[in-house]
Design a binder for this molecule. Structure first.
Ligand code: SF4
Ligand code: SF4
Length: 388
């Protein structure tokens, strides 16, 4: 298992085709070329953030939805109970003391749980923690509802609005523009998140151009649609010609699900209950959940080293698995293929939790994450130079 100690940050990823940066408009591509020190910083940011999926319900039914939402009428049955929200609010000061600096509230559509968004963001602000709200803007069509939502949420520091060709059928761009103007007037930060195919389709490009024209000064973040949730039947990139994904896990921290279970990220594992990270926010609370995420040997390995050691383990326990023949570049696709299989997920978890693997994973993470400025980065830079 010596491979565990070798940093395998390969950060050369092709930028999204079709969408180019417009002058004066801050646009982040779906994938970026990133130096190893920046990559480590990005990964360390995940240590200071957690997300809460307040409800699995949403009034919209976007075809690419990674959360595979249920209709809004189901909201009372698929949302975090008020008692748990009160408990999470009470934990904010302790979370802040332990280094949490930001939370994201998502869903489904979190605005369905408006009072819970207000309570969590208030408690977070009182503790010095920033809050981002992720919304699909179903509520943007009428002036009264817009006012009600925006006025109810003065403690949201950053609004993360999803709009693209999938949302366009149900949310008009003109209403997005009005809501953006009204939110911006409150002084809160705002980003529009656009999901596209990679490479972008002509329809993606047309929507993107319309968005840039309607919102000339707004930050736009472009992400590629992953084959999970409601988009699970898209071309499944389970295998490819690479020995391992091109970059390690970039989880932004643990995600609390509306049923009290937890996920290792808000990415492709969101709709996947079988991931080996099986902590429970409902049973343990947010402080314990975050500690479990920080100390989980499999997550430490995937974040610090990447998937190569796990694929080595896979070769031992399932030598005929397609991923032993090759993978695609994106780590989340490998993650959902591996851990969507409950039996395999259990075997991999057991193998990584056993010594000496768990100890090596923790040591690798310590070396790489312990200092983003000294020894860990020196090792990584040395490796980069050797590879160049
Ligand atoms: S608005 Fe968001 S949560 Fe709702 S269906 Fe669309 S992608 Fe899913
Ligand atoms: S690699 Fe897995 S755990 Fe990491 S962000 Fe992707 S789906 Fe989540």
């Amino acid at each position: 298992m010596t491979a565990l100690l070798v940093p395998v940050f390969e950060a050369g990823v092709a930028p999204a085709e079709g969408l180019q940066q417009r002058e004066g408009v801050p646009v982040l591509a779906t994938s970026i070329r990133m130096a190893a020190p920046d990559l480590v910083s990005l990964q360390r940011a995940g240590e200071h953030h957690l997300g809460l999926s307040l409800t699995k319900a949403c009034p919209l039914s976007c075809g690419h939805c990674s959360a595979a939402t249920v209709p809004a009428a189901m909201h009372p049955f698929v949302s975090i109970p008020s008692a748990d929200i009160a408990r999470y609010c009470a934990e904010m000061p302790e979370l802040a003391r332990r280094g949490l600096t930001s939370i994201s509230l998502t869903g489904g559509e979190p605005v369905l749980a408006l009072q819970h968004v207000a309570a969590l963001s208030r408690a977070a602000r009182d503790a010095g923690i920033r809050t981002t709200l992720v919304t699909g803007l179903y509520w943007a069509a009428g002036a009264a509802l817009r006012r009600k939502v925006i006025e109810a949420l003065p403690c949201i520091d950053s609004w993360n609005i999803s709009w693209d060709r999938f949302h366009a059928a149900e949310v008009k761009l003109a209403n997005v523009a009005i809501a953006v103007r009204e939110i911006t007037a409150t002084g809160a930060a705002l980003t529009v998140r656009v999901a596209i195919d990679d490479p972008a389709t002509p329809e993606d490009e047309a929507m993107y151009d319309a968005l840039v024209e309607a919102l000339p000064a707004v930050e736009i973040v472009v992400q590629s649609v992953r084959p999970v949730g409601r988009a699970a039947d898209r071309e499944a990139p389970a295998s490819g010609d690479r020995a391992a994904p091109a970059w390690p896990c970039l989880s932004t921290g643990p995600l609390v699900m509306s049923d009290g279970s937890a996920r290792p990220c808000c990415s492709s594992m969101m709709d996947e209950p079988h991931h080996p990270f099986d902590a429970s926010s409902a049973a343990q609370g947010l402080v314990a959940l975050r500690e479990a995420w920080l100390d989980d040997p499999l997550l430490l390995m995937l974040r610090a080293v990447g998937f190569a050691p796990v694929l080595e383990i896979l070769s031992d326990i399932a030598p005929d698995h397609p991923l032993t023949q090759g993978t695609t570049a994106h780590p989340c696709d490998v993650c959902s293929t591996l851990f969507g299989d409950r039996a395999l997920a259990g075997k991999i978890k057991a193998a990584v939790a056993a010594e000496p693997v768990a100890g090596l994973a923790r040591a690798a993470a310590r070396d790489i994450f312990a200092s983003a400025t000294t020894a860990g980065l020196a090792v990584i830079r040395e490796q980069e130079q050797a590879d160049a």
